[in-house]
Design a protein around this ligand. Structure first.
Ligand code: NDP
Length: 325
């Protein structure tokens, strides 16, 4: 299939691009600068026999950028480095998502499938910390309001993902376009980094593993849900390919839970040279499991991704970042 992949310079998009190229699809990637295009191209050298093109993001509404069979939209700000939630988080996420869907509808009648990277942030109810009687699935929606969104960068990010995904589903309901939509809701994503312009550019989620190997994580963060980036990338590609089964569905995408202490124990076992930095291993008891249940039956049944173990994910992540952070 001919695919347009947005946010091609991102951590997750790099793996989606791998999966698409390996499975024979041809891909046009959107990036925000020529430098980023060069970075992505060099990380995928050796795949030249497949088609791989780039467009600078300002050109995203250009008609020929959209003459594809599918669009995978990953681009969205994922950082907490802002004092202007509206401008830096909400607008790019919401306007970006609506803008792409509108452009496809108006200019690209050949697009049949759209897959959007949403987030567990669009699922979780942040006001319920301890919630043992609840089971999260794709049926849940974060009830965050506009007022709550502006309270902090974390709330702003969660709201950006919730409002952007809601806007996408509203678009489908109201416009009934020719294409179908699938959204994927992953929690924290671990896994090897394919390209990095600088140590500061390390993506937000792998900063948690960086902090553990640098000894600055003292177990202050609660346990959470995670997923390996390669499984997530495959999930996007399968969602696109399984047109009938995955169309107009939302997927909660995680194999389960992790804690910082558990990650540190894996690092200690596999990287003895880092042992002395892993203060958290000897810190007090770090509760392993989260305070709610999860149901991923729908994702397992329809996408059927063989989940990578936490140990493999952490080991591969540490191999990829330990020399650069
Ligand atoms: P990255 O920060 O690595 O990638 C984000 C991508 O979005 C980059 O290509 C970035 O471009 C692009 N982008 C950000 N803001 C804009 C903008 N205003 N206009 C155009 N492009 C923009 O993050 P991830 O790969 O981790 O995240 C990808 C997607 O996955 C996001 O939608 C994120 O919300 C979602 N997600 C990530 C999770 C995680 O743990 N990693 C968990 C759940 C969801 P540039 O490089 O030029 O800045």
């Amino acid at each position: 299939m001919h695919v347009l992949l947005t946010g091609g310079s991102g951590f997750i998009a790099a793996h989606i691009l791998d999966g698409l190229l390996q499975r024979g699809h041809s891909v046009v990637v959107t990036v925000r600068s020529q430098g980023k295009a060069d970075l992505v191209a060099s990380a995928h050298r050796g795949m030249e026999k497949h088609r791989l093109d780039f467009v600078i993001v300002e050109d995203i509404a250009r008609e020929d950028a959209f003459q594809k069979g599918a669009v995978i939209h990953t681009a969205s700000p994922f950082h907490f480095n802002t004092t202007n939630v509206q401008k830096d988080l909400l607008d790019p996420a919401i306007i970006g998502t609506k803008g792409i869907l509108k452009s496809i509808e108006e200019k690209a009648p050949s697009v049949r499938r759209v897959v959007i990277t949403s987030s567990f942030a669009a699922v979780v109810n942040g006001s319920k910390g301890f919630w043992p009687e609840h089971t999260y699935s794709e049926a849940d929606w974060n009830p965050i309001t506009k007022e709550e969104a502006s309270k902090s960068a974390v709330s702003g990010y969660r709201a950006s993902k919730t409002f952007a995904e809601r806007a996408a589903w509203e678009f489908i309901e109201q416009r009934r376009p020719k294409f179908t939509l699938t959204t994927i809701c992953p929690p924290l994503v671990f896994g090897p980094v394919k390209h990095l312009s600088s140590p500061e550019a390390l993506n937000t989620c792998n900063q948690r593993i960086r902090d553990i190997i640098q000894g600055t994580d003292h177990g202050q963060l609660p346990p959470g849900l995670w997923v390996d980036v390669r499984d997530l990338a495959l999930g996007h590609v399968l969602a696109m390919e399984k047109e009938d089964a995955a169309a107009n569905k939302r997927f909660f995408f995680t194999p389960g839970t992790f804690s910082s202490k558990e990650v540190a124990q894996i690092v200690g076992k596999n990287f003895p040279e880092l042992q002395h930095k892993l203060q958290i291993v000897n810190s007090g008891d770090n509760v392993k499991s989260v305070s709610y249940n999860i149901n991923i039956d729908h994702t397992n049944r329809i996408l059927g991704v063989p989940w990578t173990s936490l140990e493999k994910s952490v080991v591969d992540t540490v191999h990829s970042i330990k020399t650069i952070v």
